[in-house]
Design a protein around this ligand. Structure first.
Ligand SMILES: [Zn+2]
Length: 474
């Protein structure tokens, strides 16, 4: 089910260079801990965060988040949950439109309720408009700081003129206000955390869910924060876990009639399958075997081992393992997707087509799966498939317009049938998404010369030709 080549970047054994989903640069807002600085590390070109794309996990996170977002009055905002490929625990809001959550947080959360609690808390930040309020607060602090420094400088000047010791006092005056301001901002951030907690409990109550998972997670970090001086999880830095805060949350959560409510077994299974997938795709084979030993015959354990085998072992064994999963859950789209992906990446695209068609159908035509199907159709080198690949890829790209790999496949499908103008245009769009504006303009210029002047393709190519040159990364 996963659109992995571009999306599961770590340790792709076969597979070409990784394409990072283009995520627009995010304005750093939090002053404490700066979770963004952490999330953006390893991204020197600023093309965006290392985002993980996966139809199964994204669907699960939509199912987790939509009830709380509705309760928060945010259902119309079309808020997306974006998965960051980072093994640490973190979740944060960066622009009021997206909740970012690390795959490490998903892996470390043992129940759906724990993740839902974290999402509810982030929804609390969005609903409270905390980001923009923090920006205002910082702007005010900066002004205070400048004023304080000017006063301090004045005192130093006065001190040195009078020849007395007032100069020293001036230096102290310069540093003291900064400390006061830092503390003010810190306590302001803590206040926001408490507000977000309270809002989250409200949303969870409104949706008949327990706040126990949120409390468990925060309690864990509060305990950790007591002992870890440095190297603590970024979540502690982005969400200060004061002891009073956690105690307050415990009282609030306990008071809810839903405290003892548990996730449904079906949801827990989907959660366990998600964790197994994360392990299979991101952890080393020995770590996967430790977490999911052969004696464990549960579906999640089989899933983790099947993924790990396809990534690091042999294709034939992996396909046999996935077939066993399909026999257990014939209507699980993501098992069919995994089979198709393993075959496709194992160099057997023609055999990947049938399982990917099934996966697409069962998933309600999930665009990430459709892009994979389009890829298999193109790679099978059967000219009869070119037209179908074009239709499928174009439809998928309407819903996933930032998937550069989809445009790459589309370009190949077009050139298969000799539609070179369309092929150039699709390649130009892929280059644009990669941030390679120069190549994009060159290809779009060639596409323009091949299209009839004023035709829709010509107009789109013309748009790309007029892209600002300064933004190119290459
Ligand atoms: Zn928070």
């Amino acid at each position: 089910m996963t659109h992995i080549r571009p999306s599961w970047p770590h340790g792709a054994r076969r597979g070409p260079s990784l394409v990072r989903a283009a995520v627009t640069a995010i304005v750093a807002t939090a002053l404490i801990g700066t979770p963004l600085a952490h999330a953006q590390q390893g991204d020197s070109k600023g093309k965006g965060l290392p985002v993980l794309r996966d139809a199964e996990i994204e669907q699960l996170l939509r199912d987790y988040s939509s009830p709380v977002l509705r309760a928060a009055g945010l259902s119309r905002q079309n808020i997306q949950v974006v998965i960051i490929n980072d093994t640490t625990f973190n979740a944060f809001v960066a622009d009021g439109r997206r909740i970012f959550i690390n795959q490490g947080a998903l892996w470390q959360s043992k129940t759906p309720n724990q993740v839902i609690g974290v999402l509810a808390h982030e929804a609390g930040h969005i609903a409270g408009g905390h980001l923009s309020k923090m920006r205002e607060q910082m702007a005010r602090a900066q002004t205070q700081m400048i004023v304080a420094m000017l006063l301090g400088a004045g005192a130093i000047a006065a001190g040195s003129r009078s020849g007395s010791g007032v100069g020293q006092a001036g230096m102290a005056a310069m540093s003291a206000p900064q400390e006061v301001i830092r503390r003010t901002l810190l306590s302001y951030a803590r206040q926001q955390e408490e507000n977000a907690d309270r809002a989250a409990v409200k949303f969870l109550n409104a949706t008949g869910q327990s706040a126990k998972g949120m409390y468990q997670t925060f309690r864990r970090f509060a305990d950790e924060g007591l002992f870890a001086t440095h190297g603590a999880d970024p979540y502690v830095q982005s969400h200060p876990m004061a002891a009073e805060r956690v105690a307050g949350l415990e009282r609030l959560a306990h008071a809810s009639p839903n405290w003892d409510k548990e996730d449904s077994p079906a949801l827990q299974l989907r959660h366990d399958l998600m964790r197994a997938k994360i392990a299979g795709f991101t952890q080393r084979p020995d770590a996967v075997r430790r977490a999911y030993p052969g004696s464990d015959q549960s579906l999640p354990a089989q899933y983790a081992r099947a993924i790990s085998t396809y990534r690091h072992g042999d294709l034939r064994a992996a396909v046999a393992m996935v077939d066993a999963l399909i026999r257990a859950q014939p209507n699980n789209p993501y098992f069919h997707e995994l089979k198709g992906q393993a075959l496709l990446e194992g160099g057997r695209p023609a055999e990947a087509i049938a399982p990917l068609r099934r996966a697409s159908q069962l998933s309600g035509r999930a665009p990430l799966i459709e892009i994979l199907l389009g890829q298999a159709l193109v790679a099978s080198s059967n000219p009869a498939y070119a037209e179908e690949a074009i239709t499928i890829l174009r439809n998928a790209l309407v819903r996933e317009p930032e998937m550069a790999i989809g445009y790459v496949q589309l370009a190949m499908a077009y050139s298969r049938k000799g539609a070179y103008a369309e092929a150039d245009l699709a390649s130009a769009q892929a280059a644009l998404l990669r941030g390679d504006n120069k190549t994009a303009r060159d290809l779009a210029t060639r596409a323009k010369s091949r299209f009839a002047v004023g035709s829709p393709g010509w107009v789109r190519a013309d748009d790309i030709v007029s892209t600002k040159p300064g933004k190119s990364n290459n």
